[in-house]
Every structure is written in structure tokens, then in C-alpha cells.
Design a protein around this ligand. Sequence first.
Ligand SMILES: NC(=O)C1=CN([C@@H]2O[C@H](COP(=O)(O)OP(=O)(O)OC[C@H]3O[C@@H](n4cnc5c(N)ncnc54)[C@H](O)[C@@H]3O)[C@@H](O)[C@H]2O)[C@@H](O)CC1
Ligand SMILES: Nc1ncnc2c1ncn2[C@@H]1O[C@H](COP(=O)(O)OP(=O)(O)O)[C@@H](O)[C@H]1O
Ligand SMILES: [K+]
Length: 463
Amino acid sequence: MNGGPILTAAEMRAAEQAAFDAGVDDYALMETAGAAAAEIIWRAGHKRDALILCGPGNNGGDGYVIARILRDRGVPVRVAALGASRTLSGQRARAAWGGPIEDMMRAAPATQLVDALFGTGLTRGLDDAVAARLCVLAGAAAISHAVDVPSGVDSDSGAMLSAVPRFGTCIALGAYKPAHLLQPAAGRSGRLVLADIGIAVSSAVHRLCAPILSTPAADAHKYTRGLVAVVGGAMPGASLLASIAAAHSGAGSVRRFAIDRPIVGPHAVVNRRIEAPEGIGEALADERIDVVLVGPGLGRDADGRARLAAAMDAGHALVLDADALTLLGEEGARAIPAGAILTPHEGEFQRLFGDLPGSKIDRALAAARRSGAVMVYKGADSVIAAPDGRAAVASGASPWLSTAGTGDVLAGLCAGRLAVTGDPFRAACEAVWLHGEAARRAGPAFVADDLLGVLPAAIAARL
Ligand SMILES: NC(=O)C1=CN([C@@H]2O[C@H](COP(=O)(O)OP(=O)(O)OC[C@H]3O[C@@H](n4cnc5c(N)ncnc54)[C@H](O)[C@@H]3O)[C@@H](O)[C@H]2O)[C@@H](O)CC1
Ligand SMILES: Nc1ncnc2c1ncn2[C@@H]1O[C@H](COP(=O)(O)OP(=O)(O)O)[C@@H](O)[C@H]1O
Ligand SMILES: [K+]
């Protein structure tokens, strides 16, 4: 699940400080960072003319190192600065460049643009005129690179503090920062490359990566592979989508308890019509059930509320989605059993937890801690957070996922993977990855149903 640690600016500074304390020279670190970035820029642009924008801090220092290295390789390089260098390393790097330095506000565009204005030290938005000039210069370049983070984004939250152009590539130095993966900042870079700068970094917060799944054991049978019960309500579509996704997730069997009699869907999903909510408790009184999913198609009336209560009282591991989250939000803090997975989108999250401070990662972690449940805080960036402080951030999923019913598919995948693994954080990570991979395979303009057919191929790719 570990696709690389994600560090806040303070954590990154602490990691750099640890390297300095261990004897690494701070200018040597800047040389390493600049060289790593220059290599990536060189591979993309070769000898095309380049304009390097250098700010007053160490991000600007990286820029001067990049400029010198590219010039030494024969690239026609111009440097444009935003004021003087204010750090010792930055001043050294500027002196080592030794070439002319233009005023950024007057510099002409080039085929390649490198933004080394500000990195993790940005404390406020760029002045309007500077941000506008950055947008013009980046827009005029055929190839553009942001060094560490695009200038103008808040590294810790991914918020945009001023206008930020779209860059072809963002070169993350030493570790990912929240802004590389969280919206809206993540959407300002087409490609994200992590450059190794030789310092040790670690964090309980990671970028989500492809899971390693396993084939069922040779002696497996349907009950050893996990039994999922889906408690639906009056609206058939959502709980059907979730049930079929669970059935294609690797789980051994799926039962669906709802009010309708479905006329579509695979026969492998056992459907039982349960009209009175009292019947739900009885249907769930089966020790072989591993996971209960409740929420998709549940309804938000008294009937839905009664079904939710029965599902929560049954004593099985839980996945709570959609209407279940809305009902819980209305009720206030009804205890959520430990080991549950909650899959809120922004609106559901707000209703459940209110306005929590910090980045989306901070909010997901706080909600996980408060509820004792694994959080899958969905959106164009999805954060999976566990009560023990682990988190994984998924970014770059197909925007075609923003269509009705895809959340139901994800909830079914969470339930299925939880039934298979028995580990809520791992299951949530696997489910989010499979969901994104299914969307990638489904291509453009799919509907949620289309994800179901490509799930086996998405799983096959990770065996
Ligand atoms: N210690 C080092 O030598 C290393 C530094 N690195 C680079 O250093 C960056 C962080 O450097 P810094 O901490 O110097 O921070 P920045 O280079 O991001 O800039 C901070 C400076 O800009 C000023 N500032 C902040 N917002 C401003 C605004 N809106 N308008 C005008 N001035 C503003 C600050 O007061 C400070 O002087 C990283 O992003 C990375 O690029 C990395 O290369 C790793 C090694
Ligand atoms: N712009 C986007 N880019 C990538 N994924 C998205 C985007 N918008 C939504 N998603 C994903 O699609 C799913 C939508 O779920 P949800 O909002 O619950 O919809 P529904 O209730 O209609 O099923 C979530 O997994 C979410 O992360
Ligand atoms: K930058």
C-alpha cells in the first residue's frame, strides 16, 4: 500500500535537519536536489531553450543549481529572479550560476519554463502581478516544470493561495507533500515525479499504490472466502450495484436483503425480499456472515433507520455508506462499532463530523480517530485513514468516476475486500485502488454498471 511517504513542510524540514545533524552539508543537499531535478528536466527538454524562475528562498536556490547544470550541458538557459536570495545556500547557488539574471516581470518566455520561485516555505499567495506573470510564462512554454511544488500552492493543504498555472510536470523533492495529491493543487500538474535527494524520510501517511492480491487457497470454499450481507431498502439499483461489486471483489458469497425483487443482476447474488425491518436482524443472525454493508439504496425514512439499527446491532464487521452515513449524521454520535469502514463523500463527511481543521488528510485522520472507524473520504482525491494514524492518499483517478452509482460500487468493493482480508485499512486501500483501476480500464463516459465487468481484470492485474 506504500506508494511513498507524504510529508508536511514541517516534517520535511525536520527530515532535512536530521540529515544536517548527521553531518550532511546544507549546500551539498541543495546541489543534490538541484541535480536530481536538472536530470528530469534534461530528459524531457534536452537542448531546448529554458527560462528558470528563481525565488528568494531555497526553492530559488534549487533553481540556480538547475540553471548551472543545464547550461553546462549546452542548454541555452536564462535565469529570471524575484528579488535577491535570502538564504546562504541560495546565495551560494546564485553565485555559482554566475550568469546574467533578468527581472522576472520583464523576462521573455522560453520553450522550457522551470518554476523555482517558492516551495514549501510559501507563507502567503504570490502578489497578483507576479502570479499573473508566472501564468503567462508557463502558458507560453511548450514544456513546464514546477520544482518541489507549483508556486502559489499551500504545500500542506493543497489549497491555492494565488493563481497557479498548469504545469506539465511537478518534481517532488525528497518526498511527496500533501499538495502533490490533494485537490485543487494536485490538478495543476500533469505528471508527478519523485526525485530522490538522498535523505531518509518516513511517515504514516503514504501515497496509495497498487496492492498485491492473492488467489484463493487451494482448499478454499465459499464460506472461507468471505460472506458479505448487503442490507438495502426501497431503492434497488444502489444496493444491487454494491452487491455485484462485492461478488466480483474476491469474496466467496453475497446475500442481499432488500424490499424489491430484482429482475436483473447475477444469479450468484442471493436476493431475499425482507419487507419488515424486524426481519433484517433475523436474516443477519448467521455466524458465517463476515461483513454487513448498509447504506446504498437504504432510504432515509423510519424504515431505513430501523434497517440501519438492525444492521449495526447484528455484531458483524460493518461498511457504512450513503444513506447510512446521512442517518448517522442526523442522529449525532451513535457509537460506530470498532473495525468499521465509512465511505463518506464531502457532504456526508461534513454532516457526520462538521468543519474539522486542517488538510483533507488531517480531517480524515481526525474523523478516524474520533469514530474508531477506517475512513474512506472520497472525491477527486480520496483519503483512506485509520484510527491508529495511518493514511493513504489516492490521486489521479479518472474524473469519469464523477457519475451516479460509482460510490455504491466502491462500498461493495470495501465490503468484499474486508470479508476477504479481515483488515479494514488494507481492505479500504485495496478497494479504492481496484475502483480506480476499473475506471481506468472502463475508459471514458462509462456508467457505474460498466465498472462491474472490468473488476475481474483489475484483480487479475494484481495477482
Ligand atoms: N535545505 C535545503 O537546502 C533544501 C531545500 N530544498 C528546497 O527548499 C524549499 C524550501 O525552501 P525555503 O524554506 O527557503 O522556502 P521557499 O524557497 O519556498 O521560500 C521561502 C521564502 O520566501 C518568502 N515568502 C514566502 N511566501 C512569499 C510570498 N508570497 N511572496 C514573497 N516572499 C514569500 C519567505 O519569507 C522566505 O524568505 C523546498 O521547497 C525545496 O525546493 C530542497 O531542495 C531540499 C534541500
Ligand atoms: N473528479 C473525480 N475524479 C476521480 N474520482 C472521483 C471524482 N469524483 C468522484 N470520484 C469518485 O467517484 C465515487 C463517487 O461516489 P459518490 O459521491 O458516493 O457517488 P454515488 O453516491 O452516486 O455513488 C467516489 O469513489 C469518488 O472518489
Ligand atoms: K516551485
